[in-house]
Design a binder for this molecule. Structure first.
Ligand SMILES: Cc1cc2nc3c(=O)[nH]c(=O)nc-3n(C[C@H](O)[C@H](O)[C@H](O)COP(=O)(O)OP(=O)(O)OC[C@H]3O[C@@H](n4cnc5c(N)ncnc54)[C@H](O)[C@@H]3O)c2cc1C
Length: 362
């Protein structure tokens, strides 16, 4: 297993449960700061690994623009948030107690596989195995659209948030640097994760997002003083990536198309992907990691990103239109890739026609 991030650890854990194979996990030990994983919990058994670690779950969420608010409800698929560190610690503890699992801290330089044997060259030496799963991220080409963000977990002196409703996107913020929204997860009346999130090719200096968070809390909640109890920052390339070179082993996680590129969500899919891969290994079937969407949705996501890149000012209308076209359950299914043509056509009908027609043509 190359890489001990979310995908590598989840798959190693699934293999430890479903097979008796020894597993060597190679990771370079790069720091992994804590952040929240948000996902729609549609009840799949694979998600039970994360379910009871949830910091909070919301049956209601909203998308807000200058034009109004769309609120969606779902009791079947609540929006769920948990700490990435709590999740990875649980897996690490389980794996360290298993005698068939060995950890090697090293950087993997090269992976080479033939049908008979695989080889991983690392800074600490060569490792041989019957199969290699690789979760190292693929290089991001320059100019790729990124989702980049800074989030603060803030504690306020007085009650100000509405803990029943997660705000997935609030577009009532500056749109001067690309598509920009605030993601606000209220954990209680006085504590929330508030994240300034931009879709553009260029990450911004930290002070820019910080100013946006402060201005948002001041303008829409009247909050001028608060305590920051945690922070998270990151960037997710909004690019479909799948390493098809079988000579380099089996890709998993982000390297195997786990990111839904129109939104940056990957967590729920990584868990279901890992469970399916381990089942293939256990049943001695040919192993492939399934990407989070099929080719039709990939194409639709690609067209959507092209429209947003060319017309970021249309983003509030597009995302609010999408939310208004679906019920909460349907939205959760759509985000998890469990939807069909009816939902797709409803979304298409809600989009501004010409920008999409133009993006389809070129
Ligand atoms: C800050 C942040 C917040 C996110 N929030 C959400 C969210 O709320 N919901 C959601 O659905 N998705 C979210 N995502 C997206 C996605 O779920 C995560 O990126 C997820 O961690 C991807 O898992 P992975 O195992 O594929 O990759 P990673 O977690 O990046 O793991 C790759 C591992 O490989 C190691 N590695 C790299 N190169 C080498 C090498 N040469 N040799 C050995 N080891 C190597 C790295 O150190 C790392 O440990 C978020 C991503 C980020 C960055």
């Amino acid at each position: 297993m190359v890489g001990a991030g979310c995908a590598g650890l989840t798959l190693a854990w699934q293999l430890s449960q479903q097979t008796r194979h020894p597993v060597v996990i190679v990771d370079n030990g790069a720091p992994r700061p804590d952040h929240f994983f948000g996902f729609w919990d549609h009840g799949a058994p694979a998600l039970s690994l994360a379910r009871d670690l949830a910091t909070a779950r919301w049956n209601r969420w909203s998308i807000i623009t200058d034009q109004g608010v769309v609120v969606q409800n779902s009791t079947r698929s609540p929006y769920t948030a948990l700490s990435s560190q709590a999740y990875e610690t649980r897996l690490l503890q389980g794996l360290k107690g298993c005698s068939r699992i060995r950890f090697v801290q090293a950087s993997a330089n090269q992976v080479a596989c033939t049908p008979e044997l695989c080889r991983v060259d690392t800074t600490e030496g060569r490792i041989h195995g019957g199969q290699v799963f690789d979760s190292r991220p693929l290089p991001t080409p320059p100019g790729t659209l990124l989702q980049h963000f800074l989030g603060w977990r803030v504690q306020c002196e007085a009650p100000c948030f509405e803990p029943e409703t997660a705000i997935l996107m609030d577009f009532r913020v500056s749109q001067s640097r690309g598509m920009h929204f605030i993601y606000l997860l209220p954990f209680s009346q006085d504590e929330a994760l508030v994240e300034s999130t931009v879709f553009s090719p260029d990450p911004l200096p930290e002070c820019w997002y910080a100013d946006q968070i402060r201005a948002y809390l001041s303008e829409w909640y009247g909050i001028h003083s608060f305590r920051t109890v945690a922070r998270e920052q990151g960037q997710i390339p909004l690019l479909y990536a799948y390493d098809r070179d079988t000579g380099r082993g089996t890709p998993v996680g982000v390297r195997a198309g786990a990111v839904r590129v129109s939104s940056g969500y990957a967590f729920a899919h990584i868990l279901t992907q890992a469970e399916a891969v381990a089942l293939d290994v256990a049943r001695r079937r040919p192993v492939t990691a399934r990407p989070c969407t099929g080719s039709v949705d990939r194409w639709m996501d690609h067209v959507l990103l092209r429209v947003i890149r060319r017309n970021p000012h249309l983003a509030p209308r597009i995302f609010q239109g999408m939310a208004a076209a679906l019920s909460g359950d349907e939205m959760a299914d759509f985000m998890n890739g469990n939807h069909g043509w009816r939902q797709r056509l409803r979304i298409v009908a809600a989009m501004p026609a010409w920008p999409f027609v133009r993006a389809c043509l070129a």
